[in-house]
Design a binder for this molecule. Structure first.
Ligand code: 4AD
Ligand code: MG
Length: 479
């Protein structure tokens, strides 16, 4: 008999029909006469209740129906009164496809997330992780749909690269060399001539630079792939391997870029509310009571557009009024997550797009704001900053901090080269990037959304390790 997915079965009303479902036992309860088995097949957060009259089945087989066991059940679809669902199954045949001994790691309910992480291979079978993974899938669909509908081309950038987009040096090396027998030149530098690619290569930290090649040819592209950062950050917001979405658009200015960021995030959040109701209701009940309200709230809000310099003023005002922060925040300092969260959660109480950052802690490729005679610069809507700034457009979110990092790009060859020289950057492996500015250069911009940070926001989960199936973090590459 053909198997029906539980998600489909629970929508049916043709009571009396014979059906077959397969799935894993969540719970079994009941009396000597009747057993009630809650079965879940991962297609939905909801279980179907299987009713088994004990006397009709082999008692040895019935003993094998334990939490976690895998069953195939045939029976009659009947209207249910007590199971929380409209449908249940009166079993006529049960086969145990996979037994589940008592040392099953997901046996007990209410295990800590830390415990679950140590059993990441089995945690997917729990309600919480099932919900998170279904939402993760739906968010990927939202993203592809959004860009496809808006005329962006899905553009595949390489994962192995010879360039460091962010210039932060947090790269994982890729080599086939015998590390115990490295050839070095007179200065002690490693010779890569005989390595696989004939040069030093790494896993990419961002597809942006190649994305710019796509955008300045196809008009609008987006990437959606894994990126890698060898930063030793043991925080609930950082992974060594995470997925990033990077749209890159020709002929876009700062205002339009911020419009895109806002519209895109809202589309994703709305998609979750429209497509993931059951899973969100579950998470709202079990993980975070404010979740759905917060998601709906974001759709109603107009994001604040705030020059960095104004942000610093607000933070310093707060400090004057007695607010304490762990890290300093004077003009020129990179904002710590506590500062971002203060602005978003306490001061504005809505998402903030921060613009016009000091160039010292931003990347070389960002569009430089016009400088004033006294060394300041002119930013978004004429706001004056005391030093040189760049047209960054990061989105800061409640609970998360930075969810998007973006900018308008410097389109002028001379200005870009000026910045590269000022930073004393080695451009040997980026000659092709400079060609975008040499041949038919055009104004353009884009951003990177950290996929897992979006999933954190949409699920209300607290730790980024719990929104990706198999997290990669310092000292952890299990599974
Ligand atoms: O701000 P970032 O470093 O920006 C870039 O890489 C640009 N090249 C993107 C672009 O303009 N095309 O990273 C972008 C986003 C961050 O805002 C954050 O959401 C996420 O990527 N991110 C991380 N997520 C998880 N773990 C990490 N270690 C992350 N580092 C950045
Ligand atoms: Mg950033």
């Amino acid at each position: 008999m053909k198997r029906t997915k539980i998600v489909d079965l629970l929508k049916r009303e043709d009571y009396g029909s014979q059906v077959c479902v397969k799935g894993w036992v969540r719970t079994k309860r009941g009396s000597k006469a009747v057993n009630f088995i809650a079965l879940n097949d991962g297609s939905t957060i909801n279980n179907v209740q299987v009713v088994a009259d004990v006397e009709k089945f082999d008692p040895e087989m019935m003993k094998l129906i334990t939490t976690g066991a895998c069953l195939s059940v045939e029976g009659q679809m009947v209207q249910s009164i007590g199971s929380g669902q409209a449908v249940e199954i009166q079993a006529t045949a049960i086969e145990v496809l996979g037994e589940c001994p008592a040392d099953y790691p997901m046996q007990k309910k209410g295990q800590s997330f830390e415990y679950m992480r140590q059993h990441a291979h089995m945690r997917l079978r729990t309600n919480t992780f099932g919900a998170v993974m279904r939402i993760r899938h739906n968010m990927a669909m939202a993203i592809h749909t959004y860009f496809h509908e808006h005329g962006y081309f899905y553009f595949h950038t390489p994962l192995i690269t010879a360039s460091d987009c962010e210039g932060a040096g947090n790269m994982f090396q890729v080599t086939t060399k015998n590390l115990y027998d490295l050839k070095k030149d007179e200065q002690g530098k490693i010779i890569y001539d005989d390595d696989f690619f004939g040069q030093q290569t790494s896993l990419t930290v961002s597809g942006q630079l190649e994305g710019e090649l796509g955008a300045t040819a196809l008009g609008a592209i987006y990437t959606f792939g894994p990126t890698f950062r060898a930063e030793n950050s043991n925080t609930p917001r950082h992974l060594a391997e995470f997925w990033m979405i990077e749209p890159e658009v020709a002929f876009i200015d700062q205002e339009e870029l911020m419009d895109l960021e806002e519209d895109f995030i809202k589309y994703c959040v709305k998609w979750a509310l429209d497509h993931c109701k059951d899973d969100l209701n579950f998470l709202n009940k079990m993980i975070d009571n404010g979740l759905i309200e917060r998601l709906e709230g974001v759709l109603k809000e107009t994001f604040v557009r705030l020059p960095y310099t104004k942000g610093i003023e607000i933070l310093q005002e707060a400090i004057k009024n007695g607010r304490k922060f762990e890290f300093p925040c004077n003009w020129g300092d990179d904002l710590a997550s506590e500062h971002e969260r203060y602005l978003v959660e306490e001061h504005f109480k809505k998402p903030v797009i921060m613009t016009d950052y000091p160039r010292e802690f931003k990347s070389f490729y960002m569009k430089q704001n016009e400088q004033t005679a006294d060394g300041g610069s002119v930013g978004y809507q004429g706001a004056i900053a005391p030093g040189p700034t760049m047209q960054g457009t990061d989105v800061l979110f409640p609970q998360i901090g930075e969810i998007i990092g973006g900018s308008v790009r410097e389109a002028s060859y001379d200005k870009l080269m000026g910045e590269i020289e000022r930073r004393k950057m080695d451009m040997t492996h980026l000659w092709w990037y400079l060609d975008t500015r040499k041949y038919g250069s055009c104004p353009h911009g884009g951003f990177g959304l950290g996929f897992e940070r979006l999933i954190l926001f949409v699920t209300g989960m607290q730790n980024i390790r719990d929104v990706i199936p198999f997290p990669r973090t310092p000292k952890n590459a299990e599974f």
